[in-house]
Design a protein around this ligand. Structure first.
Ligand code: ADP
Length: 241
């Protein structure tokens, strides 16, 4: 009968997306290990390696270990927050202060690419949020706005509010094509795998942001994008009902 067919095909879809998730996880976890293996094997295969070369290879190995650690941490956060039981640790937070702290922490990273970080404090906004989680979400958005920017570009974060708090992160970067504007929030999805991986990404950042927005009864979306850059908005209810 039809309802049964419908339920069965839904189950199949869930199963398939679970399998896809697991296969993506193992692929992402294997990639740094493979690099480490190649680096270690080639060092061992060489005779009379100059110390400098040793150091260079060890630095690369260390970077790959950092990458692996980040993927594991992001995955754990994502999987943990997926559970229906996750409790938010809600308190009243000044969004302006929170963003000031985040930008202060990321400024040295932005400076390396000569990117300016600007906070537009359009108004004072306080909201009932889980501070740690919101900080993680906003940091991810600003980090992306730096990573996918152009040299000497800028990132502007603005705070608006009406019934909701609207936090917009605007960059002068490479832009996001219309067909990718929803997909980038899926776990492991990357528009340009090689560019993203070179910068340490496994495509989990925006999936985390989206999960955190959902937990706050809010949403995150691309509100504007062109070859001149993009705006991603995080919209949160000011008070949790
Ligand atoms: P990661 O940055 O680790 O690859 P994310 O989940 O944070 O993963 O982002 C997914 C993809 O979305 C990125 O690989 C990138 O292609 C694209 N993206 C994210 N933010 C931006 C941005 N501000 N401008 C252009 N592309 C972006």
């Amino acid at each position: 009968s039809q309802p049964v067919q419908k339920s069965l095909s839904k189950l199949k879809a869930v199963d398939q997306s679970r399998q896809e998730f697991v296969s993506n996880v193992s692929h992402e976890l294997k990639t740094p290990i493979t690099s480490i293996r190649v680096l270690a094997d080639s060092l061992m295969g060489m005779e009379e390696v100059p110390v400098e070369l040793y150091k260079e290879f060890m630095a690369d190995i260390s970077d790959e270990i950092d990458r692996e650690t980040k993927i594991i941490n992001d995955l754990l956060t994502l999987v943990k927050s997926d559970k229906a039981t996750t409790k938010l640790n809600i308190s009243q937070v000044s969004i302006n202060n929170l963003l000031e702290q985040i930008l202060k922490r990321l400024r040295p990273i932005a400076k390396k690419q000569n990117i300016e970080l600007v906070l537009e404090n359009i108004r004072e906004v306080t909201a009932d949020v889980d501070e740690t989680k919101l900080s993680l979400a906003l940091s991810n958005l600003v980090e992306n706005a730096i990573k996918y920017n152009r040299p000497s570009g800028s990132v502007t974060v603005s705070i608006h509010s009406a019934e909701s708090a609207v936090l917009e992160v605007t960059d002068t970067g490479i832009g996001i094509s219309p067909e990718n504007q929803e997909k980038i929030f899926d776990p492991f999805y990357r528009v340009d795998k090689s560019r993203s991986r070179a910068m340490g990404g496994a495509g989990l950042g925006l999936a985390l942001v989206s999960e955190i927005a959902r937990q706050h009864n809010g949403q995150v979306k691309v509100t504007q994008s062109s070859e001149k850059g993009s705006t991603i908005a995080l919209i949160l209810p000011i008070a949790i009902p």
